[in-house]
Write a protein that binds this ligand. Sequence first.
Ligand code: FO1
Length: 312
Amino acid sequence: MILALAGGVGGAKLIKGLASICSPDELIIGVNVGDDFVHMGLHISPDLDSVMYKLAGLNDRERGWGLANETWHFMENLKRLGGPSWFNLGDQDLATHIQRTSLLKAGNSLSMVTNQLSQALGIAHQISPISNFRISTFVESALGEIPFQDYFVRLQCEPEVLGFRYEGAEDAELLPYIEQGLLSSQLRAIIICPSNPFVSIQPMLAISELKRLLLNRLVPCIAVSPIVRGKAIKGPAAKMMLELGSNPGPEAIAAHYKGLIDGLVFDKADKQELDKVSSGGLVGLATNTLMNSDTDEKVLAENVLDFAVRIA
Ligand code: FO1
């Protein structure tokens, strides 16, 4: 059994690759909830939706979020009425947010709601929020604290980051289903998908129970770097690393996950970093990490799992 931790777009691609080679009872998917926020009364769960739409084959590939063939009549009319236009809610996507909000209001947990939505979309694999508790990522900048979606969407990742705060993480309980997976004798490997270490993975690692279970792991934990040639495949990860004083690359990712991982997979474009990464007990693997097709996603998933078996 494999347990994978994922955040935004890059994470969803590798999850799709893993889901194409692991059956539903072989793959536990833990997804970041730090991006979640309430917008116009709707509970939005961007990372859960990225994974859900991706596994349902409904995702919009170039946008990276939301649904393919989306239309924006709601947004056009919202703007005409003077409503907030900075966060785009597609006409089809709206149904997800309204149904999720309705099910949550009816007393269902986020994990129950995610199961209901995923099953309705015909997804065989179980997608789980890392916790049913609210965790809210704030970006600390010279302008003060910025809620994540304001930073990422409204301010287009422009402010210089000084740090992060994951409100609610200290009280958040790790989802029991995830905890059971980490304690299971069937577990063979833990995969940290190529998501932003600061705003997609760290909000999960800020849950003390998860961090403790990873530190005491009995199986290999493999991280896949989201950085290629010093740049993030998508999103602000490299910009954040530079602003926090580290050099975006495999070595900095290895340092970020120090103690939590046994192997680091990064792109063959950075294979010269192999020696620097393979030190202090960490094993490096340089391979193709760019996922521009279903095949790329599947091949990377296979390479990551083979790597985990090799270093077990
Ligand atoms: N990202 C944007 O850059 N602009 C948007 O207008 C936007 C709307 C949006 C609506 C629903 C949803 O699930 C995600 C959305 N995202 C948008 C992406 C969102 O900001 C995610 O947090 C990122 O994908 C990072 O994980």
